[in-house]
Ligand binder design. Structure first.
Ligand code: MRU
Length: 345
């Protein structure tokens, strides 16, 4: 890694023993890696938010399949495939919205079904390739996004889209890193991102590790920040982009896009093409995860037998019409004058 890369953190580390996952629930207070040696452990780590962020979820799941192949092939070289397929199903149930999960599992399933002569090596090689391709895509998107933005005095980002959310470098945060390398000194604002506080706990910490100064704002301060003329671009990631450009991302993204349009602020989505779901025509068909009320309710209300409730959708859908540009590793799409079709495989 080049010292000017501003990228020191890693969410996932493959060791010979298994997959080490940085437990993001504990950040920023504790930096603890947990070793997963089975697909079930990886599925649990995804469901419980130890690892999160669309690309990182996909990569973790791919390593989970590699672990399953290693285990079941050793146990029974004649009948390992059925057990691996069951673990792929288990991994696919860990979270519903980030399409990178299903994209990565499809790639792994193809390797498993292709009858390789050495399945253990082939599965691990595919997981490693998914990981490496993600880092390369992020670096490319960083350049393309920074080209589009040029110079700024302030940007705003939402949730965490950095090395913690990906194989490394990040999507939206990768663009911010690249901009910083080119023209340091602009203001980086990060939303708190309730209720999990990915912005406050993760983005601020990650940027601190990499010596990029950032300013935290409460989610509700974003529109006021724009009204004050403090940002020229909102830069966010995505969990699933429908074929028409409608984009599911962390809850609150839609409100940021509405406010950005009202204030003439650019709105950029940065995501690898593994986040584009060509089978989903528009945002109304994207499954939106709703997590438990207990994640939102203050402790006082938690055991009230449903008398006090909470609605906790953790993603929302921003219509393509509110997005200025989508940056992928295959190119930048200016939604005002072109469609995602130019990226179709
Ligand atoms: O619930 P999370 O933390 O997994 O949500 C993450 C996001 O919404 C990110 O913005 C998205 O996955 C893109 S990460 C590069």
């Amino acid at each position: 890694m080049h010292p000017s890369d501003h990228d020191r953190v890693r969410a996932l580390r493959w060791t010979g023993a298994g997959l080490e996952i940085l437990d993001q629930r504990r950040l920023p207070d504790r930096t603890e890696y947990r070793l997963c040696t089975t697909a079930a452990e990886v599925a649990d780590a995804i469901a419980t938010m130890q690892v999160r962020g669309a690309p990182a979820i996909g990569i973790a799941a791919a390593y989970g399949v590699a672990l399953a192949v290693r285990r079941y092939h050793r146990e029974d070289p004649g009948r390992w495939r059925e057990a691996v397929e069951a673990d792929i199903d288990r991994l696919s149930r860990s979270r519903p919205t980030a399409v990178n999960l299903f994209w990565a599992l499809d790639r792994m399933r193809r390797v498993v079904r292709s009858a390789p002569s050495d399945p253990v090596t082939a599965a691990l090689a595919e997981a490693r390739a998914i990981h490496a391709e993600d880092v390369a895509a992020n670096r490319r998107m960083g350049e393309l996004g920074a080209d589009r933005i040029g110079t700024v005095t302030g940007v705003l980002t939402h949730c965490n889209t950095g090395s913690l959310a990906t194989g490394g470098f990040g999507t939206a945060l990768g663009v911010i890193r690249t901009l910083w390398r080119r023209h340091p000194g602009f203001a980086v604002h990060a939303t708190e991102t309730r209720p999990w506080n990915q912005g406050a706990r993760l983005t601020l910490w990650e940027l601190e590790q990499d010596a990029i100064p950032a300013t935290l704002i409460a989610d509700h301060a974003a529109a006021f920040l724009m009204q004050r003329g403090k940002v020229q671009w909102v830069v966010v990631g995505a969990d699933r982009i429908a074929a028409n450009g409608d984009t599911a991302n962390k809850i609150g993204t839609y409100a940021l896009a509405v406010a950005a349009r009202r204030h003439g602020v650019g709105f950029m989505v940065v995501a690898p093409t593994s986040t584009v779901d060509w089978h989903t025509p528009d945002g109304s068909r994207i499954p939106i995860e709703e997590r438990g009320a207990e994640e939102l309710l203050p402790p006082y209300y938690r055991h009230r037998d449903g008398r006090v409730n909470a609605w906790n959708p953790v993603f929302d859908v921003t219509p393509a019409a509110l997005i200025d540009v989508i940056v992928t590793e295959k190119g930048t799409v200016h939604l005002e004058r072109e469609t995602l079709d130019k990226l179709r495989p």
